[in-house]
Structure formats: structure tokens, C-alpha cells
Design a protein around this ligand. Structure first.
Ligand code: CO
Length: 214
């Protein structure tokens, strides 16, 4: 894809939108009221809005390598605070994906420089679930399972966030753990499909992370 194409595509897109609604961008400029905060991987194949059939204004998006919600990442924490406390989204979605390069790298031992401390987050997920993961003999299956468990742990990181805790208490904010199956194009709800159950894990640990925002 060339840069030139992007600008051509953009003008076409503007015309298309205005064709349906001449005031489309005028309305868009007035503000946003998204229902969803989406936290996903930066991978170019996992396009947050288009795979969800969502348009401008629907989804507040945060992406990084391997959809990590780090407690020391002011970027992720700022996005979460703004989405939950100010935009008052109804749902927070953590979406991992199979074939995730970040998760794969965390399973290997290559020195990736500045990415090492980031991958450490995923290595810690591996450590937390070492017994289960080491018990999976097929490497591909183990890799897919780590993708799923990483979603679970990042959902827990979301639930352990004080802004999320108070929004859950006050207005029933919901947290979802998904995986995007690149080879089939499908979004899978990992809780509904019984692959993870972060709510029951959270039930056991919530007391440790509780912050009472009076
Ligand atoms: Co990825």
C-alpha cells in the first residue's frame, strides 16, 4: 500500500459518508459517547473497529504489543481512567489474538532489547500458569493457551484498577475477555466459550487489590 493511496481512499471515504449524511462529520465533531473501551494488540492484522463492524464514535481504543494492561503504564492507565470515569463506557474489552508475535516472543529467549521489559509482563503470566502450560506438550497448543491466559490476566489487571472497581460498583461496568482468531476472522468470547473464567479468579483475589474510593 502506498501513501498516495491512503489520501485517495480518504477522499473517497469522505464522499461516501457525506453521500449518506451531509452532516456526518459535523455531527462527529461535536463529541464522542462510545460504549466500549477496547484494549488490543498493535498487530496490523487485528483491526479493532473493522472486525467489530464499528464506526467512528463507537469504540475508544488502546493498543500495544500483546494487549498488556500494566499497572506501571501511564498510557494504559490514562486511557482506562478517561474511558471509564469521563466517557463512562459500559464495557471494557481485552482482546488478544492467536498468532500473537508478542506472546510468541515471550515464550522464546531472544534478547529483544527495549521490548524485554514489556515481554516480562507475559512471562509473568506464564509463571502464574506454569503448571498448566508446561503440561501442554504441543508447542502450538501451548502458545494458543498462553494467548488465552494472557487475556485472563489482563482482564484481572483491568478489574484490579480502582477506577474500574468504582465504576462496577456504581453503574455495573462490564469487563470482557476475547480472542481474535486470525485464521478464521472470528472473535471468540473466552468466558462464554469456557476457556477462561477471570471473574471467579477475581472473586478470590479481589480483597488484595481493593481500593475504597469514597
Ligand atoms: Co499480537
Amino acid at each position: 500500500m502506498e501513501i498516495k493511496e491512503i489520501f485517495e481512499n480518504n477522499s473517497q471515504w469522505v464522499q461516501e459518508k457525506l453521500g449518506h449524511d451531509p452532516k456526518y462529520f459535523e455531527k462527529l465533531a461535536k463529541g464522542q459517547e462510545p460504549d466500549f473501551l477496547y484494549i488490543g494488540c498493535s498487530d496490523s492484522r487485528v483491526t479493532a473497529e473493522s472486525m467489530m463492524g464499528a464506526g467512528p464514535g463507537n469504540v475508544f481504543v488502546h493498543r500495544n504489543i500483546a494487549n498488556v494492561v500494566s499497572n506501571l503504564d501511564v498510557n494504559a492507565l490514562g486511557v482506562m481512567n478517561y474511558a471509564v470515569q469521563h466517557l463512562r463506557v459500559k464495557h471494557v474489552i481485552v482482546c488478544g489474538h492467536y498468532e500473537c508475535g508478542g506472546v510468541k516472543a515471550a515464550m522464546g529467549d531472544a534478547d529483544l532489547g527495549i521490548i524485554n521489559p514489556w515481554l516480562r509482563n507475559i512471562r509473568d503470566v506464564y509463571r502464574t500458569h506454569q503448571a498448566e502450560l508446561d503440561g501442554i506438550s504441543d508447542e502450538g497448543d501451548r502458545y494458543r493457551r498462553l494467548v488465552e491466559l494472557n487475556v485472563q490476566e489482563q482482564c484481572l489487571n483491568v478489574l484490579n484498577n480502582p477506577d474500574v472497581q468504582s465504576a462496577q460498583k456504581e453503574r455495573g461496568l462490564q469487563v470482557h475477555g476475547w480472542v481474535f482468531d486470525i485464521a478464521h476472522g472470528t472473535i471468540i468470547d473466552l468466558v462464554e466459550s469456557g476457556k477462561i473464567d477471570f471473574q471467579s479468579v477475581h472473586g478470590k483475589i479481589a480483597g488484595i487489590y481493593k481500593v475504597d474510593k469514597k
